[in-house]
Design a protein around this ligand. Structure first.
Ligand SMILES: [Zn+2]
Length: 100
């Protein structure tokens, strides 16, 4: 046959990106984050713990990102992986609960 086309690449050898990135950007990814987006959230968490108001983080990065920062405060496993003290995060989280 004249127009015999090459076989399509198989999808079965690759996993489908079906997780929504945890930074709140809404993009699909294979793991928890799109490459580099974990650093965004880590930076947000560090700024928040250091005293940056969540409203300011939200103003610059958007509400889904601010929500991701707040959610991460309760994720002890992720905080530990990032070398962030969970007690610091808990205290910062309490301040937000009080303010809102
Ligand atoms: Zn993302």
């Amino acid at each position: 046959m004249a127009n015999k086309l090459a076989k399509l690449p198989s999808l079965s050898s690759k996993s489908v990106a079906n997780h929504s990135c945890d930074c709140g950007c809404g993009l699909k990814c294979h793991n928890m984050f799109r490459p580099g987006h974990d650093a965004r959230v880590k930076g947000g968490v560090i700024r928040f713990i250091a005293g940056m108001p969540i409203a300011e983080i939200q103003k610059v990065m958007g509400k889904p990102f601010a929500d991701a920062v707040i959610a991460t405060l309760g994720n002890a496993e992720r905080l530990a992986a990032w070398g962030i003290d969970a007690a610091d995060a808990a205290n910062a989280g309490k301040a937000v609960a009080k303010a809102s």
